[in-house]
Design a binder for this molecule. Sequence first.
Ligand code: DGT
Ligand code: CA
Ligand code: CA
Length: 364
Amino acid sequence: METRIVFHIDFDYFYAQCEETRSPELKSKPVCVCVFSDRGGDSGAIATANYTARKYGVKSGIPIAFAKRKLEERKDAVFLPVDFEFYSEMSEKAMGIMRDAADIFEYVGRDEAYLDVTHRAGMDFGNASHLAQQIKNTIRDKIKLSCSIGISSNKLISKIASDFQKPDGLTVVPPDKKEAFLDQLKIRKIPGIGKKTEEMFLEMGIETIQDLKKLDIFTLNKEFGRKSGTFIYNSARGIDEEPVKKREESIQYSKITTLKKDSKDYQFLSENISELCQEVYEVIKKNNKMFKSIGIHFVQSDMSNKSKSRMLRNPTNSIDDLQKNAGQLLKEALESQTITIRRVGVKVSELSEIQGQSDITSFF
Ligand code: DGT
Ligand code: CA
Ligand code: CA
């Protein structure tokens, strides 16, 4: 197989950096972006934090109250609510720049993507790192965001490499350097090896990827099953044949709210759903879109999720269609409902332009 050149691009402290671009005075302060629960006070979790806040131990997923304690001495610390719409806008602009620079563009999430640039870079890693630098410069000049890029001959190593010198990193791992690059790393750096797997290996005295190579495929398969065993075996050797697959952002609009009280009462839930429909509708109108798929979503009192959706025959942009279908979905969902519901959401997808005909296929 010919040598590929693959980029993994990941934005640095994404939500928090988006906030910094619209309020540059935040840059010198610890910034935490929070998912406040509507129940008030500091209930909720940190979505992400800038690097200044991270120095104090703040990270994604910890409770807001906990983060506030960690930052107690920083009177200038800022806690902002998430603004997904704004981050999506920033993301779309940045993704546009990346898409233009790639032979094949694969959207992964709001803040990351894979690019296959094999032909564009003339199969040369020197050219590829120039191209990566250009992408970084363009994104910085046009949208004021910094990102980190990993370059190698496959997705696995590029993903590890983009994380290697964060923030604002550029790490190139040409094929003849991949072994030296991987060997030194902790096994946890392999995406897919989590805390539990790491602990298992630590008990076996295996800490680095170099150590991991001591295990043969039979031992790994026996321990983890054939699929995971083979994945670990190959990963330790930097082997990954997964192609970069063309994939665009799945565009959808959604709103979610925490109920004033946990409930499974149709009337009460229906009022909330109706309000959410109104909010989603405002976004559709602002963006001049039609939608073809409508969905509702529950987060139940035990924190489990439940959702229901339906596809319409034709795209529409009518609030009545939205309200009516969301109401029916709610009724259907409640028929088998045993536990109460904590949060409800409404989503539309399969969006198209009002004037144009082209449907954007949703991946969800
Ligand atoms: P980085 O890449 O280490 O500089 O920092 P981030 O914040 O870009 O981290 P990443 O790439 O893992 O996640 C991208 C965005 O996804 C991040 O800005 C916020 C969101 N996110 C990540 N983890 C969590 C989480 O545990 N909860 C919530 N609500 N959002 C999260
Ligand atoms: Ca990121
Ligand atoms: Ca990411």
